[in-house]
Design a binder for this molecule. Sequence first.
Ligand SMILES: *Cc1c(COP(=O)(O)O)cnc(C)c1O
Length: 381
Amino acid sequence: MNQKKRIFLSPPHMSGEEERYIAEAFRSNWIAPLGPLVNTFEEKMADYVGTAGAAAVSSGTAAIHLALKLLGVTKGDTVFCSAFTFVASANPVLYEQARPVFIDSERCTWNMSPQALERALDEAERNRNLPKAVIVVNLYGQSAKMDEILAICDKYAVPVIEDAAESLGSVYKGKKSGAFGRFGIYSFNGNKIITTSGGGMLVSDDEDALKKARFLATQAREPAVHYQHEKAGYNYRMSNVLAGIGVAQLAVLDDRVNARRSVFQRYQEALSEIDGIEFMPERGMSNRWLTTLTFDPKKIKTTPGEIIEALANENIEARPLWKPLHRQPLFQDAVFYPHHEDDSVCDDLFAKGLCLPSGSSLTEEEQDRINEVLVRRIQYQ
Ligand SMILES: *Cc1c(COP(=O)(O)O)cnc(C)c1O
């Protein structure tokens, strides 16, 4: 039996200050719903990412859903989505009985291919079926080419929702990741770069829209003592206790970014000599939420699956890259636009890549343990 301490992919990393805010929430009895720490967390997030405002909600998924509602997405509409992502990016499209259309990645960011997007929009315009929105993901911390994507979407007057659940703290073209689209969303799920145990944030420069988001997120309750309701709403707001955790976590976000980037750098130093390994490229400054890499099957005989298994035998958690959404049974009928007609970049990445443990609390000794297994597995294949 293996007694070695478990190394997780991306565990929560508390600063120690969180309990002070939790105690404050308890002392003031602002437990839930809402309360002053929610306002503080929203203001600090908007300040940090550089948007006019922010609305704290119960999850990143809820933030995406609210953004779709605010853009008027309804039954039968189409929404273009990144294909290479976690299912939560596209699930809210299904909540509205709208239809996701998946857009492939490009090699230099692993994110939405501007070429494939343009092809899809051009075809949609000719069919008089432009999407109501485009949801662009910034995978593993790396921003998509937001400048190019926004320019293309502007041409067709289609608004962009930026799924920055994994890229909080990253910078692209001098701007914080998540601040590019009409709406940006972040997640504070347990595995993200900072966590409130569970939670999310919707950001925008459109403060009226954020006001509507807060309204929809609190059961669409009209201002009347007798609880007047004219629309169907949701129970999506963040509690004051969790917002307190968020305020303390946000204060150490830049440290967490630096730590994850150091983890990445150490992997790179330990493994870059191996012919056939390529790390996820970087454009701008990525928070390196997860260190991800691909193995060239012509040069490396072992597979990502075998490496994941070898690591698991040493009580180390590693994962494949996200399985493209158009490959999920859930979306089997969805249309997919590859980068080039016969070159699906995300399918290729999925076949060749994996994610390594990348927590900001990962020690150098733990990382040596991981590298030892990797090098052994690759060299004595
Ligand atoms: C985590 C994640 C989400 C969902 O956030 P939750 O807070 O877990 O709902 C959405 N998109 C991406 C890309 C994610 O990684």
